[in-house]
Design a protein around this ligand. Structure first.
Ligand code: HEC
Ligand code: HEC
Ligand code: HEC
Ligand code: HEC
Ligand code: HEC
Ligand code: HEC
Ligand code: HEC
Ligand code: HEC
Length: 443
C-alpha cells in the first residue's frame, strides 16, 4: 500500500468517526431527546426530512412546547367527529389546530379570547364593508383581503380544506369544529412564543392602513420611538414568563402593555376590549357599556409610568377630540345622509351614488384616523391624516354634493356655531392672519 493511499484511508476513517460522533452528539443533545409521549416521534422523524417542512420541526424544537414534551400529535390529533380529520400514517390528525384544541391545556386564554371582539371578527356580513368587498369588488378580493384579517368560514370538501377558505389565519376564523378564532394570528407557529406576541408587529398585520392605522400611529408616538430605541437592549425583558409593567419593564409600552398585559393589580387578559371605553369605529363614536370601569383599567396602565395629572389631562384631550369629531362632523353628516334615505333622495343600494363614497371615507377612513390618532398619541394622524382630511372633504365634497342632491338640505348644519366661520372671518381674525405672515416672512 502506498503512503498516499494509506493517508487517504486514515482521512476517510477520521471523517467518518467525526460524522458518527457528531450525529450521536446531536441525538443526545437537549433538543433531540425523545418525548415522553412517543406518539409524535414518527411525525418528527418523517417531517425532519428535506422538503417535509424542516423549519416547522426546527421552530417547534425551539419552543416551550417541545421543552415541555408537547409534541405534534398533542396538538394535531383529531377526533372521529372532526370534519377535517384524516388518516395519516396510522394516526388520525387534522391540519387546523383550533382554539378548542389549544383549550385542552390553555382553557383560561381560550375563554377570554372567545369573549372578545377578536373572536367575532369574521361575522361582518351585513356591514357596508362586506358589500364593498364581496359585491362591489368581488369574492376573490374578499378571500385574499378582508378574510385574511377577519377570518374565513373554513369549509371542508371531500375531507379536504377548501382552497378558497384556507390557508387563513384571520383573527375570527370560524373553524370546522365550530370554534372561533385562530391563536396563530398572534402567536407565530411553531414557536408559539410570548416574546414574539408582545411586539407591536404581532398586531401590525391587521391594525394598519387607511381605516385603522394603529401601527402607524404607535410608530410615530413617543411610545413607539422609545420602544425602538430600547428593543435590542434587553431592557424590555420580552421573553420573561411574567411581564408586569412597572416591575419587569419600565422603558416603553407596546400595544399589549396597554390592551392585554398585566399591571401590578391587573392580570393578563386575552380579551382586548377590557380597557376600551369608546368605540372609534362607527360614523359617530359612542361610549361602551361599563365605560368608567374600562377607562380606569386603562389609566392604571398609564400610571405605572406617568403621574396622575399627566394621565387625567391626556384623557381630557382625547375625549374632547372625539366629541369634536362627533358634534362637528360625524352627527351632522349622518343626519343629512339619514334624511336622504328616508326621503328616497338616494337609492337603498350602497355605493351606487358618489356621495355614498364621500360619506364612507369621511367616517370610515378620515374620521377614524382623527379619533384613533388622538387615542394613541399620534399627532400627525390626528391632524394631517385625520381632522384635515375630514374638514377638506366635508366642506369641499360632502356639503356641495348634498346641495346638488337637494337644495337647502345642509342649511341647518351650516348655520350652526361650528360652521358659521364659513360666512366670513371677523375683522380681528383677518388682521391676526396678516400680522402673523408679516412678522414671520416679512410680507
Ligand atoms: C412517514 C412520513 C410521515 C409521517 C410519519 C407523518 N407525516 Fe405528516 N405528512 C407527510 C407527507 C408526505 C405530507 C404531505 C402530503 C400529505 O398531505 O399526505 C404530510 C403532511 C402533513 C400535514 C399537512 C397536511 C395538509 O393539509 O397540508 C400535517 C399537519 C402533518 N403532516 C402532520 C403530521 C403529524 C402530526 C404527524 C404525526 C402524528 C405526521 N404528520 C406524521 C409525511 C408524514
Ligand atoms: C402547540 C400546538 C402545535 C404543535 C405542538 C404542532 N403544531 Fe403544527 N400547527 C399548529 C397550528 C396552530 C397550525 C396552523 C394551522 C391553521 O390553523 O391554519 C399548524 C400547522 C401545521 C402544518 C400546516 C401548515 C403549514 O405551514 O404548512 C403542518 C405541516 C404542521 N403544523 C406540522 C407539525 C409538526 C410536524 C409538528 C411537530 C414537529 C407540529 N405541527 C406541532 C399547531 C401545532
Ligand atoms: C397538550 C397540552 C398543550 C396544548 C394542546 C397546547 N399547549 Fe401551549 N403550552 C403547553 C405547555 C405545557 C406550555 C408551557 C407552560 C409553561 O412553561 O408554563 C405551553 C406554553 C404555551 C405558550 C407560552 C410560550 C412562552 O413563550 O412562554 C403559548 C403562547 C402557548 N402555549 C400557546 C398555545 C397555542 C396557541 C396552542 C394551540 C395552537 C397550544 N399552546 C396548545 C401545553 C399545551
Ligand atoms: C389589514 C387587515 C384588514 C382588512 C384587509 C380588512 N379589515 Fe376590517 N377591520 C380590521 C381591523 C383591525 C378592524 C378593527 C379596527 C379598530 O378597532 O380600530 C376592522 C374593522 C372592521 C369592521 C368594523 C367592526 C365593528 O365591530 O365595528 C368591519 C365591519 C370590517 N372591518 C369589515 C371588513 C371587510 C368587509 C373588509 C374587506 C372589504 C375588511 N374589513 C378588510 C382589519 C382589516
Ligand atoms: C391578539 C393577539 C393574541 C391572540 C389572538 C392570542 N394570543 Fe396568547 N398571548 C398574546 C400575548 C401578547 C401574550 C403575552 C401576554 C403577556 O404576558 O403580557 C400571550 C400569552 C399567551 C400564553 C402564555 C400565558 C399567558 O396567558 O400569558 C398562552 C398560553 C397563550 N397566549 C395562549 C393563547 C391561545 C390558546 C390563543 C387562542 C385562543 C391565543 N393565545 C391567542 C397574544 C395573543
Ligand atoms: C389577524 C388580524 C388581527 C391581529 C393580528 C390583531 N387584531 Fe385586533 N382586531 C382585528 C379585527 C378584525 C378587529 C375588529 C373585530 C370586530 O369588531 O369585528 C380587532 C379589534 C381589536 C380591538 C378592539 C376591541 C374592542 O373590544 O373594541 C383591539 C383593542 C385590538 N384588536 C387589539 C389588538 C392587539 C393589541 C393585537 C396584537 C397583540 C391585535 N389586536 C392583533 C384583527 C386583528
Ligand atoms: C400607551 C397605551 C397604548 C398603546 C401603546 C396602544 N394603545 Fe391602542 N388604545 C389606547 C387607548 C387609550 C385607546 C382608547 C381607549 C378608549 O377609547 O377608552 C386605544 C384604542 C385602541 C383601539 C380601539 C379602536 C376602536 O375602534 O375603538 C384599537 C383597535 C387599538 N387601540 C389597537 C392598538 C394597537 C394595535 C396598538 C399597537 C400598534 C396599540 N393599540 C397601542 C392605548 C394604547
Ligand atoms: C411602560 C411605560 C409607559 C406606559 C405604560 C405609558 N407610557 Fe406614555 N410615555 C412613556 C414614555 C417613556 C414616554 C416618552 C417620554 C419622552 O420621550 O420624553 C411617554 C410619552 C407619553 C406622551 C407624550 C407626551 C409627553 O409627555 O411627552 C403621552 C401623552 C403619554 N405618554 C400618555 C400615556 C397614556 C395616556 C398612557 C396609558 C394609556 C401611557 N402613556 C402609558 C412611557 C409609558
Amino acid at each position: 500500500m502506498s503512503r498516499q493511499k494509506y493517508s487517504s484511508i486514515i482521512t476517510v476513517l477520521a471523517v467518518s468517526i467525526c460524522v458518527l460522533y457528531l450525529s450521536l452528539g446531536f441525538k443526545n443533545s437537549e433538543n433531540n431527546r425523545p418525548l415522553k409521549d412517543d406518539d409524535s416521534k414518527a411525525c418528527i422523524d418523517c417531517h425532519s426530512k428535506e422538503g417535509m417542512g424542516v423549519s416547522i420541526v426546527q421552530m417547534w424544537r425551539e419552543s416551550k412546547h417541545s421543552k415541555n414534551d408537547i409534541g405534534c400529535f398533542d396538538c394535531h390529533e383529531a377526533e372521529q367527529s372532526d370534519a377535517d380529520g384524516f388518516d395519516h400514517y396510522g394516526k388520525r390528525i387534522a391540519t387546523i389546530v383550533s382554539p378548542r384544541d389549544c383549550g385542552k391545556c390553555h382553557e383560561q386564554e381560550v375563554t377570554e379570547f372567545d369573549g372578545s371582539h377578536h373572536a367575532k371578527a369574521a361575522q361582518f356580513i351585513g356591514s357596508l364593508d362586506n358589500i364593498l368587498g364581496e359585491i362591489v369588488e368581488g369574492a376573490a378580493a374578499a378571500n385574499s383581503g378582508c378574510r385574511q384579517c377577519h377570518g374565513s368560514i373554513v369549509q371542508v370538501k371531500n375531507g379536504k380544506l377548501d382552497a378558497t377558505t384556507w390557508p387563513n389565519t384571520g383573527i375570527g376564523r370560524v373553524n370546522p369544529d365550530g370554534s372561533k378564532g385562530s391563536c396563530t394570528a398572534c402567536h407565530s407557529r411553531h414557536s408559539f412564543s410570548v416574546a414574539q406576541a408582545r411586539q407591536p408587529e404581532a398586531c401590525g398585520k391587521c391594525h394598519m392602513g387607511p381605516d385603522h392605522p394603529q401601527m402607524e400611529i404607535y410608530t410615530e408616538s413617543k411610545h413607539g420611538i422609545k420602544f425602538q430605541a430600547v428593543r435590542s437592549t434587553g431592557l424590555m425583558n420580552l421573553d420573561k414568563e411574567e411581564w408586569v409593567v412597572g416591575k419587569d419593564y419600565t422603558s416603553a409600552p407596546t400595544c399589549v402593555t396597554c390592551h392585554m398585559s398585566a399591571t401590578p393589580s391587573q392580570k393578563v387578559s386575552h380579551d382586548i376590549g377590557r380597557r376600551i371605553s369608546w368605540t372609534l369605529r362607527p360614523p359617530v363614536s359612542i361610549k361602551l357599556e361599563n365605560d368608567i370601569e374600562k377607562r380606569s383599567r386603562m389609566k392604571d396602565v398609564c400610571m405605572q409610568c406617568h403621574a396622575k395629572e399627566h394621565t387625567e389631562n391626556f384623557f381630557t384631550q382625547y375625549d374632547e377630540a372625539v366629541e369634536l369629531y362627533n358634534e362637528k362632523f360625524g352627527k351632522p353628516a349622518k343626519g343629512i345622509m339619514d334624511k336622504f334615505y328616508a326621503d328616497k333622495k338616494l337609492t337603498k343600494t350602497p355605493f351606487d351614488e358618489e356621495i355614498e363614497w364621500i360619506y364612507y371615507e369621511l367616517w370610515h377612513h378620515e374620521g377614524r384616523r382623527a379619533r384613533m390618532g388622538a387615542s394613541m398619541m399620534g399627532p400627525d394622524y390626528t391632524q394631517w391624516h385625520g381632522f384635515y382630511e375630514v374638514a377638506k372633504h366635508f366642506y369641499n365634497k360632502f356639503i356641495p354634493d348634498a346641495e346638488k342632491i337637494q337644495k337647502g338640505s345642509t342649511k341647518q348644519v351650516m348655520d350652526s356655531k361650528f360652521h358659521e366661520w364659513k360666512k366670513g372671518l371677523t375683522e380681528e381674525q383677518k388682521k391676526e392672519i396678516l400680522d402673523f405672515y408679516k412678522k414671520r416672512y416679512g410680507e
